[in-house]
Design a protein around this ligand. Structure first.
Ligand SMILES: [Zn+2]
Length: 134
């Protein structure tokens, strides 16, 4: 299944980035993909079983694909591939798609390395999401 392959790639990227540290959370950006977010989330959790990312939280950032119309200059978020064929605003077919078209690992949150106290190693944490800092 296509989604499962994407989820495995996400987990692989997270595991690579984490090294041997336990992954607490993964932030995943889903761009322009009209999929059910729950499918991605469950797929990532399943793919993470048996890895350092097992049990990690999955934080999805959904980003709809947009079409940019050369005629009326509207840039419209779309949620189906059919809408990519014509501008939803004026019906022109002279459109280009904008935005991402894939699922990427944006950031991960990991535990401090094993054997070290939680405090004093903050600089060694992979922490790209300050708003989620504990
Ligand atoms: Zn248009």
């Amino acid at each position: 299944m296509h989604e499962l392959g994407m989820c495995e790639a996400i987990v692989e990227a997270a595991v690579r980035r984490a090294g041997d540290r336990k992954v607490r959370a993964m932030r995943v950006r889903v761009g322009g993909h009209p999929v059910d977010p729950e499918v991605i989330e469950q797929g990532v959790r399943m793919a993470a079983l048996g890895t350092v990312a097992e049990g990690a939280g999955v934080d999805l950032v959904l980003e709809p694909l947009r079409v940019h119309c050369r005629r009326c200059r509207a840039e419209t978020p779309v949620n189906s591939a059919v809408a990519l064929a014509a501008c939803p605003a004026c019906g022109a077919v002279d459109v280009t798609s904008a935005g991402h078209e894939n699922v990427v690992l944006e950031s991960i949150t990991v535990d401090a390395p094993a054997g070290e106290a939680a405090d004093g190693v903050a600089d060694r944490n992979v922490q790209h999401t300050p708003d989620r800092r504990r």
